[in-house]
Write a protein that binds this ligand. Structure first.
Ligand SMILES: Cc1cc2nc3c(=O)[nH]c(=O)nc-3n(C[C@H](O)[C@H](O)[C@H](O)COP(=O)(O)OP(=O)(O)OC[C@H]3O[C@@H](n4cnc5c(N)ncnc54)[C@H](O)[C@@H]3O)c2cc1C
Length: 298
């Protein structure tokens, strides 16, 4: 393994010693030595290829809205896709880069009288992050109208396009969670609908979301995956009287008990302790171990 300091990084857009709490929606995370912000798919591929070639570990992120970063990072590099954000339309088909904001994509679709994403407009992530975990809300998922996903295959050093079936989408699941390939862009094939109707529906879901979720505090959304359609982690947490349960600066939201909020200067350790506390009590009561939806990057 080569030391990252020995690499020629002059072609790339990056900053040194970036505080990750300023990047993640949780507002938690220590310093990362190298923070790459490629401006194109090609630059993204070139960085990844270089780091892989020298066996240098990195984390890939979009908006970091589903991630808990460690207080002290072991990894030396994070690559953000946020500046890889082209979008184009041809008839009912939209081709969009991984770093494009999901919210902006929903509004882009409405501008083009295209329906199919309305329920997703309040999810604060990128297209790549949404496809990675098949994000969804209010009966919509990103995979509903998805036609294909183009990835950079790290092992073969090749660009490959998957059709929808090959992506193995399921509830908060895709094949990209296992194979760790890099989503570059996707194609959606949407349906026509009146623009105002689309906007009204998106606004309705956004209002619903703001009524139910603690959007005035930093968080990473729902902490736990639903283990089945009938098991609601938030309800179980509430039934156990754990709303408002606090460890350090991390607190179970009183508005939505599926969320842990960063109430005041929470550390990753506070959140991890609170997550384990909830997991233990729920396991004891129900016999079910709740897996986290949010990912821990260290
Ligand atoms: C207030 C709030 C509300 C939320 N509501 C919802 C909701 O209703 N439904 C829902 O599903 N989620 C929700 N989330 C969680 C989160 O916004 C989604 O999971 C979102 O899709 C994550 O996208 P991201 O760009 O932030 O990904 P990140 O958090 O940056 O990354 C998440 C994972 O995706 C991987 N990844 C990111 N980009 C790529 C890429 N280009 N190629 C391969 N892998 C990639 C990362 O490596 C990481 O493993 C919410 C979060 C918050 C803070």
């Amino acid at each position: 393994m080569m030391d990252i300091t020995a690499l020629d990084l002059s072609k790339f857009n990056y900053s040194k010693n970036v505080l990750l709490k300023e990047i993640s929606t949780f507002k938690i995370g220590g310093v990362i030595k190298y923070f790459f912000q490629p401006k194109s798919q090609l630059e993204l591929i070139n960085i990844i290829h270089l780091l892989d070639e020298h066996h240098i570990q990195f984390h890939l992120i979009g908006r970091a809205s589903n991630i808990l970063f460690a207080d002290e990072m072991k990894t030396e590099a994070v690559i953000s896709t946020l500046s890889v954000k082209n979008v184009s339309r041809s008839n009912n088909e939209i081709t969009v880069d991984a770093g494009y904001s999901l919210r902006e994509l929903c509004y882009f679709c409405s501008e083009n009288d295209l329906t199919g994403l309305e329920g997703l407009s309040g999810i604060p992530g990128t297209v790549g992050g949404a496809v990675y975990m098949n994000a969804g809300a209010y009966g919509y998922t990103i995979s509903d109208y998805l036609k294909e996903v183009t990835v950079f295959h790290r092992k073969y050093n090749k660009i490959i396009t998957y059709n929808k079936e090959e992506c193995e989408f399921d509830y908060r699941k895709s094949c990209f969670m296992d194979n760790k390939q890099i989503i570059l862009e996707i194609k959606l094939n949407l349906k026509k609908r009146n623009k105002q109707q689309i906007i009204n529906e998106m606004k309705r879901y956004e209002v619903k979301r703001s009524q139910k979720q603690p959007l005035n505090y930093p968080s990473a959304g729902s902490v736990f995956k639903k283990p089945s359609q009938v098991f609601h982690p938030a309800l179980e947490i509430e039934l156990l009287g754990l709303k408002g349960c606090t460890i350090g600066g991390a607190c179970v939201s009183t508005k939505h008990s599926g969320f842990i909020i960063n109430k005041k200067d929470a550390t990753a350790i506070d959140v991890k302790k609170l997550v384990s506390h909830l997991q233990k009590l729920i396991l004891k009561k129900t016999g079910i171990f709740l897996e986290t939806e949010i990912e821990y990057f260290e």
